[in-house]
Write a protein that binds this ligand. Structure first.
Ligand SMILES: [Zn+2]
Ligand SMILES: [Zn+2]
Length: 225
């Protein structure tokens, strides 16, 4: 019969892993490996975090990310988390790891900290730099109201760069600077259809890089009076 060399209990009293009882085995062996320095990027402008891509922040997303970072020696390991503190300064978490070692079920509790590093995501970096690929000129009709609708339609487009980076009010209308040429073009088509806007497109060559021409689109939307 096995007797635990650390606590003197026997196989009859507690399950054993190797020479040790389960409790003493877990004291002797680190079976859950939490990286010493955990750091996550956070964009303060759009409040997204970077996991393997920029994504909306949620506790589920954070848990998924931690599951990839934390390694265990458990068979059939399952990790669950709770987050007692989540702020821009840091995130602390508690974990419960369940699984088995040599067929003996084990449960390990622990905690950790994640450093939050603020960094503008590429989208916000471009946006805040006034990046644009297209200008939508909203003209005629109730152009103030229409410009608002157009801007909202742009933001709804699925492109990464579907944003309005600058708004310029002119006597004859409003100019919206848009991050994505494709998004601007699609929105123009929608407004042509839905509101009977007359669309005038023009392209200007901005730069020529490595034989690749970069055009900027200007699309004027003339709304009926
Ligand atoms: Zn023991
Ligand atoms: Zn961002």
């Amino acid at each position: 019969m096995k007797v635990c060399p650390r606590c003197g209990r026997t196989e009859k009293e507690v399950p054993f892993i190797g020479y040790f009882c389960r409790d003493c085995y877990l004291k002797e062996h680190e079976v859950v490996h939490v990286p010493k320095r955990l750091k996550i990027l956070y964009c303060p402008r759009c409040e997204r975090i970077y996991t393997d891509r920029w994504t909306e922040f949620s506790l589920e997303t954070l848990s998924e990310w931690l599951r990839k970072k934390i390694k265990t020696d458990l068979e059939g390991a399952q990790l669950s988390f709770s987050f007692p503190e989540v702020s821009e300064d840091g995130i602390s978490f508690l974990y419960v790891a369940r699984g088995a070692i040599e067929g003996v079920p084990v449960e390990v509790h622990g905690e950790g900290k994640i450093r939050v590093e603020k960094q503008l995501c590429p989208r916000c970096a471009r946006e805040s730099g006034g990046y644009y690929e297209a200008v939508i000129q909203v003209r005629g009709g109730d152009f103030v109201r229409m410009a608002d609708l157009v801007a909202r339609a742009v933001e709804k487009e699925p492109d990464r760069y579907a944003f309005v980076s600058k708004v310029v009010e002119r006597r004859e209308g409003i100019d919206l600077y848009v991050g994505s040429r494709k998004a601007a073009d699609r929105v123009a088509k929608k407004f042509e259809k839905k509101y009977g806007a007359r669309v005038v497109r023009s392209h200007t060559l901005v730069t020529e890089k490595n034989g690749k021409k970069l055009y900027r689109l200007t699309v004027a939307l003339h709304f009926p009076e």
